[in-house]
Design a protein around this ligand. Structure first.
Ligand SMILES: C[S@@+](CC[C@H](N)C(=O)[O-])C[C@H]1O[C@@H](n2cnc3c(N)ncnc32)[C@H](O)[C@@H]1O
Length: 329
């Protein structure tokens, strides 16, 4: 970080807002994704840079896209010209590209799945789910993930179907890269939501969407940009390693590499925001992020977490949000 940009460390405690204003719900992510940020949006809204609010920021970058909750929030509440949406998960990127380019064909496919699935009884649904999961995993070996084709449309429909009918909407793969989440047990899952998909598709027209690792981001970021980083959580404890998104690990070395990207973009004058779990939830002496991002603004926000299987630890933990700009309340 350049010395001019350094400022005192501000650790601020905030109370997460309990309710969303209605407009937050207009455009919804079309996938459920671990680490989804919908509950934090009211807090984020307070912390977005002023230049986003007064239209000086034209370009929005989200290099850890997931369900895109923050992009959808920004796109419908502020005036940005371009969005650059990246993630390392190629299945996720296929789904976004198809929603962007071929939403009506996708809806037709999804409606077929919905019709076939909803009329089945419980055990038939389970068989249907595992059959489709098996096909999805087998076909992965024959997919060209680099070139858009009609095959992508069916693939995206399968991913959305699995996401809406699997246990907890969790995308998890094993070490071979096979999707392995068990079947869920919802009475009436909304597999196809045409109205939302069409709206999402409209907003995605402004976006460049591609598979990319965060380290390739720097070359693309231009002036008048805002970047929001939502990397995989640093596990709250060493035993609760939660690597749901891909077979690649995101360990402390990656977190450090990311902080280097953050520092270099800061030196170029780019507005930056990053969130992660607060290691102090499990060890008050753990200064990992305080050290990595010393000199930036570190906000600690209480948020309910549901991924901990230990009920006692489930309550309210805090999340950290780091920004490199002054903001006004
Ligand atoms: C915490 S999630 C993002 C959640 C998102 N903000 C939301 O609201 O749903 C982290 C994302 O980072 C992606 N990811 C993991 N390693 C990555 C890497 N090296 N480069 C880019 N994306 C990566 C995962 O595929 C996952 O979608």
């Amino acid at each position: 970080m350049d010395s001019a940009g350094k400022r005192d460390l501000h650790i601020q405690h905030h109370h997460a807002a309990q309710h969303f204003p209605e407009n937050h719900e207009v455009l919804k992510p079309f996938l459920k994704w671990a680490g989804g940020k919908r509950r934090l949006l009211p807090k984020f809204q307070e912390l977005y840079p002023r230049e986003l609010k007064n239209h000086k920021i034209k370009n929005y970058f989200e290099p850890f896209l997931g369900s895109g909750a923050v992009f959808f929030h920004i796109a419908q509440n502020y005036k940005i010209d371009n969005a650059y949406l990246y993630d390392i998960n190629e299945e996720l990127i296929i789904a976004y590209r198809v929603v962007q380019k071929d939403v009506y064909k996708l809806i037709t496919e999804l409606e077929k799945y919905e019709k076939s699935y909803l009329k089945l009884n419980r055990s038939e649904r389970s068989t249907y789910y595992y059959g489709l999961r098996w096909k999805f995993n087998r076909q992965r070996h024959y997919m060209d993930f680099n070139t858009y084709s009609e095959k992508w449309i069916r693939r995206a429909a399968q991913l959305i179907f699995l996401n809406k009918t699997c246990y907890n909407g969790l995308y998890r793969v094993n070490s071979y890269g096979d999707f392995n989440t068990a079947a869920g047990d919802y009475n009436n899952p909304k597999i196809c939501d045409p109205e939302n998909l069409i709206k999402v598709s409209r907003y995605l027209q402004m976006a460049e969407i591609k598979k990319s690792s965060f380290d390739l981001l720097e070359n693309h970021v231009k002036h008048n940009s805002f970047v929001y980083f939502d990397p995989p959580y640093r596990p709250l404890s060493k035993s609760s390693c939660f690597t749901a998104y891909s077979s690649a690990r995101f360990d402390d070395t990656e977190q450090i590499r990311l902080s280097n990207v953050f520092n270099r973009l800061h030196d170029k004058g780019i507005r930056l925001m990053l969130s992660n779990s607060d290691p102090k939830n499990s060890d008050p002496d753990d200064d990992f992020f305080d050290d990595l991002y010393s000199g930036f603004n570190i906000h600690r926000v209480p948020v309910p977490r549901f991924i901990n299987s230990n009920a006692e630890k489930r309550g309210c933990v805090s999340e950290i949000i780091i920004t490199n700009y002054k903001h006004i309340a």
